[in-house]
Design a binder for this molecule. Structure first.
Ligand code: DOR
Ligand code: ZN
Length: 374
């Protein structure tokens, strides 16, 4: 065996700062998948059924509550995955008072902006201007909560939706995001699942209150990988982009000063991906994300034999995100290992729901160069 074959990184347990854990009966198996890949926490997205658009269960609004969902996750995960954040889904019914009371109660740590009709489960969303006018964004800024943004412009004609130099994300980061941060310069803002060079430049130029999460799929693949053979398991929102965009993301995460960029997988399971009239958006990476990120770092030229590169990888996967969200650091000894041992990827069977397909299954590969032990 040569030195490369048994490279092992012992890493602090990490927090996946963007994942979809859905609702029962998918919730428990998806939590187990997070724990199995070394997570000590997850920021669990609120586009469940029903959406999590109120903070307290006692609120009469006809939505699910952050309070109840947190309780259900804690009942399954317990001490094994203690750092759970559930952002409030911003809808027409969100008020500044809901944000202020939620922040005071300690239940609410973040809010989620979806572009209306922009993606799976975004049917309850409202345009950003609504929240800039009704005081909701100001309340988020003043309470110090984090605004997690799905940064894509909505209601676009085909020409603006996807083009080499113009697409929904580019429009958001050249138009809406600058106006938002001019109006609320202290807003803690996360450019979630960032995919373009434009968004990357925006985040780099902004103050320390602005950061970004990046998924494994956007570091590993481009739109060509999706189009060649119509690999629909690679279909997610925001869409995979071009070579130059991927190069910008790779450069951002693999540079020694990658402090504004962190892991957020956007793992989004669908038991039925391809339908008769289209395809559900979402890449599932539960159980395999550190391995996929490691592969992406190496494809970007950041070989993980080097101690210096291991440190850069650790920052991106394990420490930058928790620091931005002011979460406690992993305790000494709270670690997992990532070893260069090839591992076959397996479907996840979810009793009562069906099977979900983790990447890279559904592409040309079924094996990852790395494996994880917890
Ligand atoms: O691809 C996506 N899938 N993007 C999203 O924003 C939502 C997610 C889902 O919930 O399936
Ligand atoms: Zn998502």
């Amino acid at each position: 065996m040569n030195a490369q074959e048994n490279t092992t990184l012992t890493l602090p347990k990490w927090v996946d700062l963007h994942a979809h854990l859905r609702q029962e009966p998918m919730l428990a198996p998806l939590i187990e998948a997070q724990i199995s890949m070394g997570c000590r926490g997850t920021l669990a997205m609120p586009n469940t059924k029903p959406p999590l658009a109120k903070v307290l269960e006692a609120d009469p609004l006809p939505y699910g509550s952050v309070e109840s969902y947190l309780g259900r996750i804690r009942a399954i995960a317990g001490d094994r995955m203690p750092e759970v954040i559930v952002p409030l889904y911003l809808t027409k019914d969100t008020t500044p008072k809901m944000i202020e009371d939620g922040a005071k109660s300690g239940i609410l740590r973040a809010c989620k902006y979806y572009p209306p009709h922009g993606t799976t489960g975004a049917d309850f969303a409202c345009g950003l201007e609504t929240f800039m006018e009704n005081g909701v964004i100001e309340a988020i800024e003043e309470t110090g909560l984090v605004l997690c943004a799905h940064g894509e412009e909505h209601i676009l004609g085909d020409a603006d939706f996807f083009d080499r130099n113009r697409n929904a994300e580019i429009l958001f980061y050249t138009n809406r995001a600058p106006r938002l941060l001019d109006a609320c310069p202290d807003l803690k803002f996360v450019a979630e699942h960032m995919t373009t060079r434009t968004a990357c430049d925006f985040v780099k130029k902004a103050g320390p209150n602005v950061a970004a999460s990046i998924t494994p799929q956007h570091l590993l693949y481009t739109i060509s990988d999706l189009l060649k053979g119509c690999k629909y398991h690679l279909y997610c929102m925001p869409l995979l982009k071009f070579e130059d965009d991927r190069a910008a993301l790779r450069e951002a995460v693999t540079s020694a000063d990658n402090g504004k960029f962190f892991a957020g997988t956007d793992s989004a399971p669908h038991t039925t991906k391809a339908t008769e009239c289209g395809c559900a958006a979402g890449c599932f990476t539960g159980g395999y994300a550190p391995q996929l990120y490691a592969q992406a770092f190496e494809e970007a030229g950041c070989a993980l034999e080097s101690l210096e590169n291991q440190q850069i990888f650790r920052q991106f996967l394990c420490t930058n995100g928790p620091e931005f969200y002011a979460l406690p650091a992993a305790a000494d000894g709270e670690t997992f290992t990532l070893t260069r041992t090839p591992r076959k990827v397996e479907m996840l069977e979810i009793p009562g729901a069906g099977a979900v397909t983790p990447l890279p299954l559904g592409t040309k590969r079924d094996t990852l160069p790395w494996s994880v032990a917890v």
